[in-house]
Design a protein around this ligand. Sequence first.
Ligand code: DON
Length: 589
Amino acid sequence: MISVRPIPKRRYVIGSLIAASLLTAAAGPYSRSADDPAIPKRVRAVFPATWRFPAGARAAFAPHAMVASDSRIASEVGAQIMKEGGNAVDAAVATGFALAVAYPEAGNLGGGGYMVIRMADGRVAALDYRETAPLAATRDMYVGADGKVTGESVVGPKASGVPGSVAGMLEAQRRFGALTRAQVIAPAIRLASEGFVVDSTFVRSLTGNKYRIADFDGNAVFFVNGSVPTVGTRFTQPALARALRFISDSGAAAFYRGWIADSIAVQMKRSGGLITKEDLARYRAIWRTPIRSSYRGYGFIAMPPSSSGGTTVTEMLNVLEAYGPPEPFGTAERVHAVASASQRAFVDRNSKLGDPGFVNVPLSTLTSKSYARTLARSISRTHADPTTSIASQASEGSETTHYSVVDRHGNAVATTTTLNDLYGSGVYVSGAGFFLNDEMDDFTSKPGVPNMFGLIQGEANAIAPGKRMLSAMSPTIVLDPKGSLLLIVGARGGPRIISATSQVILNVIDHRMSIADAMSAPRIHHQSLPDSIRLENGGFDSATIARLQRMGHMTYELFGVASAEAIMRVKGGYEGMPDPRSRGAAIGF
Ligand code: DON
């Protein structure tokens, strides 16, 4: 479908009057970058007048250490842990546990995630703590007798994979942390037992998702007497505090074998879910070899499968590098190049990627520069190719939260974790105080049938017992051409995570934007099918959209393409930027 929005006149401004005052305020960070030879001079971005985020906004600056997350409370916890002597991994884990309390829509104990780590001494690591399909899961478990896909992969007890978050966070902390387990979990226990002050964001989130929570045991916790908590009051979660105390005392075994495991198994049995104590006892977080690649001389470290994120970001960037020098930001030519690279990378993602413990993933081909050159040659300069004409050329064969952390030594952590939907499957483990995920929907329920993100995936991602469902989460660390830490970035937003993460990187490297502009800039998304470019509403002028349509692209407008959290090194310290599309906070010192 071609977009039919009213076409505004082509008109660019550098933000509004408010932005003009911010520009002055931003002079510090800009000049800091400009003075550092390892960091290219930043160029002020220019966005269309219709775009809702002004160019020239200012990021938070901190000289030593920083956390950027979707929750101010959780970012404060992470920063405090670093003030108390914790390193970036301690802070990331403390932030993760705090998110499980203060940001229950996506922070979690009942979900899974990925962590990419780069220590200042050069060690790199990638931790996969994605959920697994329960042993009783079957390939066609979400296909009804009529051959149609049921809704059970999204809501209710059958939607959940075996949670990986507790195993993952504790494993990362065990291997790289400087503090004790008890020290990093203590702030979350306090937040759960003493409560945190309810704000309007929390109330809006609960109100908007009441329909999902109300059918399950969380209703009694989040809607006492049917009402959302009042802004300004303290919200306590005693059951969650008890579970966190037990995890703090006894480690991952508490969750996977102790009474918390019993509570999950009982909950599942009672409601018809599949997760058993055996599933929980078998769960392991897995250290993987991170993807190491480069883009125009910059290095990056990314998450390999079972997430598709790092592979797809790498493939896209490689294709763009091979395609040629970047056209100016916001032009039809640039949007065409980025969308066409994305379209090709998503074709591979949707057909070739899956849990490497179950399928042969052609990772080295997909991330190779020579393969990217072949793909780049297939992109016409003047017209779009329909996805159906792009066969994979490889020779072989709504909620999430991202947070970025850097400490005073330069250790860096990028973490993305999710329950999938906001509040996951809605199912709440009442004795232990947390929601379970609906991650099973990330599998291919039926080849050719779109999942909740419209992704049409193949056999490589079919359901099998113990298998990890393919993810788009893309925690990424970028190094400058001299090999020093430059950027820590990732996002929430299903497959759009890949677009947001890669476009923040492109904005910094190709368009020389400050981190504030790189995060504020309008984004696009092309996931191969549906075969169209989604453009953020108001972010591209009418002439650009008309030109894209003449090239043969279908265009849709949508409100937002994912929500990222980033930290960038600048001279004298770091700038942290929460996505202006959501309400996070970067806190440092
Ligand atoms: O792993 C994935 O790709 C999805 N489960 C992520 C879901 C997500 O980001 C929803 N959030 N906004």
